[in-house]
Design a protein around this ligand. Structure first.
Ligand code: SF4
Ligand code: SF4
Length: 719
C-alpha cells in the first residue's frame, strides 16, 4: 500500500486495516499474551533499574559515536575485517553491491536486519541482478509476499497460518498443510539449499562492541549463524548507533531485549563474531568479512540534545506491543519502515517529513510505550515534539492556529465557552444533558458517543457561594479545574470539594487559571502551550498553598511533568514552574494519602451493584497512581469489580478523538465491552475526559451503565 499524502487518506488506510478481521484478532491475542508474558519474564528482576542503567550507558555512548567508530574500526581491521561508513542509505547499498561485484557473488542469503529494510537493500541488490533470499521465517514470508515487515521482531505477525500455507503452496507448487510445525519444516527444507548455494551472507548486528572489535547478533531461529558462517563472504550492516563500548554494556541490553521483545527470559541464539574466521572457500582460507556502518542521519541526531535519546533504542519492539493504536491498525499503518512509537519518530529522522507528517499524529498519548521502553525513551513526549516541529516547518493548519489563538487568551476562551451555553440551545436535550444533534463542525464520524452540553453555570461562577470556610486549616489547597470540569462538569468539582471538606482543608480557586494546555500540545502548538503554562503558573501562585489539587488526571500529569520542561529556558519562571509542579497532586492521592480518608468518612450501604474502575492513562502511567483510587472505592464501601485491561486507554486522547474518530470509537468499544463483561452497573474514573468518552459511549450504545467521576461516587456516600 502506498504512503498516504493527506491525513484523510491516511485515516482511510487505517480504517481498512481495522476492517481486517484477522489482523484485529491476531493483534488482540498477541497484545494480551504479551502483557502477561512480559510481566512473568521480568519477575524477580528490578526492571526499572535495568532500564535506567541501559539508558545511562546508551547516553554515554551516543555522544561519543564518532570516537567509538574510529576505535572499533582500528580493532576490527586488525582482525582482518573491512570496515565502511556509509553516510546515506544509498551509499550503504552501493558499498554492498560493490563488495558483491568484486567477489563475484550472485546468490545472497540474508538474516533479519531492520537496517537493511531502512536502506531497501534487497531492491538495490535485485536491481543488480543478484538473487536475495531472506532466511528468517517471518522475513522470508513477507519477501515472498512483496511486503514490508509489520513488526520489528515479528515481521509477519499480521498473517494467519492459512495465508502462509497458501503462499507456501504457490512457492513449492505442492499443497501445504496449515499446521505450523509442518510449515516451519517446509521453510527449513527450502531455505537449507539456499545457504549451501550462497556466495554471500548479509546480516544485521545488535551490537558492534568497541572493546572487542566484534559484533553480536541476537536471534531465535539460528538462521543468522548459517548466514554468517556458510557463504564465503559476510557483510554485516548496522547503524552507527549500535556501537557499544563494552561487552558488559551489550550483555546488560541482552538481559532486557528478549524479555521486552517477546516476553522470553532468554533468546535462543546469541552469536558473537570477532574478526575474519577460517573459511575453506574464502581467499587464503579466510572469510571475506565486511562491516558497513550506516549513518543516515544518526550522527546528526546524536548531536541534537532535544532528540538524541531516540538513538538509545535497542529495537525490541515493545513500544509497538503495548500501543493501543498499533493493536488496532497494525505495523503497516504505524510507521514507514520502523514501526510503533519509535517508528513514528524514526520515520521523520530517517525517511523525512513527508513520510512522517500523517503518521506522527496517530498517537493518543497514552504513555504505554514509555512505560515499557527498554531504553527509557520518552516516546510520547518526543512524538509531540516532532509533530510540533513538522508544523513549524510546514505551516500550521487553520483549525490549529485558531485553537491556539483562542486558548492562549483566557478571557476570550472563557467568554466563548460561556457563550456556547446560549449557542447550544437549539441542539440541547434538556432531559439528558447531551447535545441532541452534533453541530456541523463535528461531522458524522463523531456520532459514536453522545457529547455533553456546556453547564448552565461554570464552577468558577459558583465558587464564591460554595467555598468552605475553614478556621485554622491543616492544609492550604489551590484547586486546578481544567476547562472541562470548570465549564462542562462543575458537579465533579463540587463533589470533590464535598469529599475534602471537614478535613481542615482551606481551598482557593484562583480565577486567573485556564486550560492546562495539553490540547495545544496535542495539536502541535508548542508556543501557545508554553504561553498557557506561564499564565497558569502565575495564576496559581504556588507560594500561597501547600498543594495544588486537580480532579483531572490529564491536567495533573501535564502540569507536573511538562510545565517545568516548557518553562525551563526562562530564568524568571523556571523556579516557579518547578515549585508549581512539586505541589501538583491528583484528587485520589490527596484524599487517600494526605487526608487519610477511610471508611469512617462514609455511610455504610448494603447490596451495592458492582463498580468497575477505568484507570486513566495519565494517572496510572503519567503519575504512577494505581492504588489510591481503588483503595478509596473499597473504603467507601463500593463493590469494586475488576475488569479486563483497566489501564488500557479508553480512546479519548482529547483532540485525538476528533482527528481519528474511527480509532477512538474502537478503543471505546473495547473498553465498554470489558466493563460489560465484568457485570458492573457503574464505572468510575479519575478524569473528566474519560468520563466524557465513556459516558457518551455508553449512552450511544444504550448500555445501562452509570459513568461517574470518582469524586461523585465518594461524595454521594460521604457522611
Ligand atoms: S503514547 Fe500510546 S498511542 Fe502513542 S505511541 Fe505510545 S503507546 Fe502508542
Ligand atoms: S523505543 Fe524502546 S520499546 Fe521501542 S523498540 Fe526501541 S527500545 Fe524497544
Amino acid at each position: 500500500m502506498q504512503d498516504a499524502d493527506t491525513l484523510k487518506e491516511y485515516r482511510k488506510q487505517c480504517q481498512q486495516a481495522m476492517d481486517d478481521e484477522f489482523l484485529r484478532q491476531a493483534m488482540d491475542s498477541f497484545a494480551k499474551a504479551y502483557r502477561s508474558n512480559r510481566v512473568k519474564a521480568f519477575s524477580g528482576m528490578n526492571e526499572k533499574e535495568l532500564i535506567a542503567e541501559i539508558a545511562a550507558a546508551k547516553d554515554a555512548a551516543i555522544v561519543r559515536l564518532p570516537e567509538l567508530y574510529e576505535e572499533f574500526r582500528v580493532k576490527a581491521e586488525r582482525a582482518g575485517v573491512h570496515v565502511h561508513l556509509a553516510r546515506t542509505a544509498a551509499e550503504a547499498n552501493e558499498i554492498i553491491c560493490l563488495i558483491a561485484k568484486e567477489h563475484g557473488c550472485r546468490r545472497i542469503v540474508k538474516s533479519k536486519s531492520m537496517t537493511a529494510e531502512e536502506t531497501m537493500l534487497n531492491h538495490r541488490l535485485e536491481a543488480d541482478g543478484l538473487t536475495v533470499t531472506e532466511t528468517d521465517l517471518g522475513e522470508w514470508i513477507i519477501q515472498l509476499r512483496h511486503e514490508g515487515p509489520s513488526h520489528m521482531v515479528m515481521p509477519a505477525i499480521h498473517l494467519s497460518r492459512y495465508q502462509v500455507a497458501e503462499l507456501f503452496t504457490d512457492v513449492t507448487r505442492k499443497q501445504q498443510d496449515s499446521d505450523i510445525e509442518k510449515l516451519v519444516k517446509v521453510a527449513r527444507r527450502e531455505l537449507r539449499a539456499k545457504y549451501i548455494e550462497a556466495d554471500m551472507g548479509i546480516s544485521g548486528a545488535n551490537f558492534a562492541v568497541v572493546e572487542t572489535g566484534g559484533i553480536g547478533i541476537v536471534t531465535n531461529e539460528g538462521n543468522a549463524r548459517l548466514v554468517t558462517t556458510l557463504p564465503r563472504v559476510h557483510v554485516a550492516l548496522c547503524g552507527v548507533d549500535k556501537l557499544t563500548p563494552t561487552l558488559h554494556d551489550a550483555l546488560r541490553i541482552i538481559k532486557a531485549l528478549p524479555r521486552n521483545a517477546t516476553g522470553q527470559a532468554i533468546t535462543s541464539y546469541v552469536t558473537w563474531i570477532t574478526g575474519a574466521n577460517a573459511c575453506a572457500a574464502g581467499p587464503q582460507g579466510k572469510k571475506e568479512y565486511h562491516i558497513v556502518f550506516l549513518d543516515n542521519g544518526r550522527l546528526a541526531l546524536a548531536r541534537d540534545p532535544d532528540f538524541r535519546q531516540i538513538l538509545r533504542c535497542v529495537r525490541c519492539g515493545a513500544c509497538a506491543n503495548v500501543c493501543p493504536v498499533y493493536r488496532l491498525v497494525g505495523g503497516h499503518r504505524m510507521g514507514h519502515i520502523y514501526i510503533g512509537a519509535i517508528g513514528l519518530l524514526l520515520t521523520y529522522f530517517f525517511h523525512g517529513r513527508d513520510k512522517a507528517k500523517n503518521l506522527i499524529q496517530n498517537c493518543i498519548n497514552c504513555g504505554a510505550c514509555k512505560e515499557v521502553c527498554a531504553a527509557g525513551i520518552d516516546l510520547p513526549g518526543l512524538i509531540k515534539k516532532v509533530h510540533a516541529r513538522i508544523q513549524n516547518e510546514e505551516g500550521h493548519p487553520l483549525p490549529s492556529v485558531l485553537l491556539a489563538k483562542v486558548m492562549s487568551n483566557r478571557k476570550l476562551f472563557h467568554t466563548l465557552l460561556k457563550t456556547a451555553r446560549w449557542g447550544q440551545k437549539p441542539v440541547k436535550d434538556g432531559s439528558t444533558g447531551y447535545l441532541r444533534h452534533l453541530p456541523m463542525i463535528f461531522g458524522r464520524e463523531q456520532n459514536f458517543r453522545a457529547l455533553p452540553v456546556v453547564a448552565d453555570q461554570a464552577f468558577r461562577d459558583e465558587w464564591p457561594a460554595i467555598r468552605p470556610q475553614v478556621d485554622q486549616p491543616r492544609y492550604r489547597v489551590a484547586l486546578f479545574s481544567g476547562c472541562v470540569q470548570d465549564f462542562v462538569y462543575p458537579e465533579q468539582l463540587k463533589a470533590g470539594v464535598k469529599v475534602m471538606s471537614g478535613h481542615g482543608v482551606a481551598m482557593e480557586y484562583p480565577m486567573g487559571q485556564s486550560c492546562c494546555g495539553l490540547p495545544l500540545v496535542m495539536m502541535g502548538e508548542s508556543k501557545a502551550a508554553r504561553d498557557v503554562a506561564e499564565q497558569n503558573v502565575k495564576a496559581m501562585d504556588p507560594a500561597r498553598c501547600d498543594y495544588i489539587v486537580t480532579l483531572c488526571a490529564s491536567c495533573a500529569s501535564h502540569l507536573k511533568h511538562a510545565y517545568p520542561k516548557m518553562l525551563a529556558g526562562d530564568p524568571s519562571l523556571a523556579e516557579a514552574a518547578r515549585a508549581f509542579a512539586a505541589k501538583i497532586i491528583d484528587f485520589s492521592s490527596f484524599v487517600s494519602e494526605v487526608l487519610g480518608v477511610d471508611r469512617n468518612d462514609f455511610r455504610p450501604q448494603a447490596g451495592q451493584a458492582g463498580t468497575a474502575y477505568h484507570s486513566p492513562c495519565h494517572l496510572c502511567r503519567g503519575l504512577g497512581v494505581t492504588e489510591a483510587p481503588r483503595r478509596l472505592l473499597r473504603e467507601a464501601g463500593l463493590n469494586y469489580v475488576p475488569s479486563a485491561e483497566e489501564d488500557v486507554c479508553c480512546g479519548f486522547g482529547g483532540t485525538f478523538s476528533m482527528k481519528f474518530p474511527e480509532e477512538s470509537r474502537e478503543l471505546l468499544k473495547k473498553k465498554l465491552d470489558n466493563v460489560a463483561a465484568s457485570g458492573a452497573g457503574e464505572l468510575v474514573t479519575d478524569c473528566p475526559g474519560c468520563v466524557m468518552q465513556l459516558r457518551g459511549g455508553a449512552e450511544m450504545r444504550g448500555d445501562a451503565l452509570r459513568v461517574r467521576h470518582i469524586a461523585e461516587a465518594l461524595a454521594e456516600r460521604k457522611k
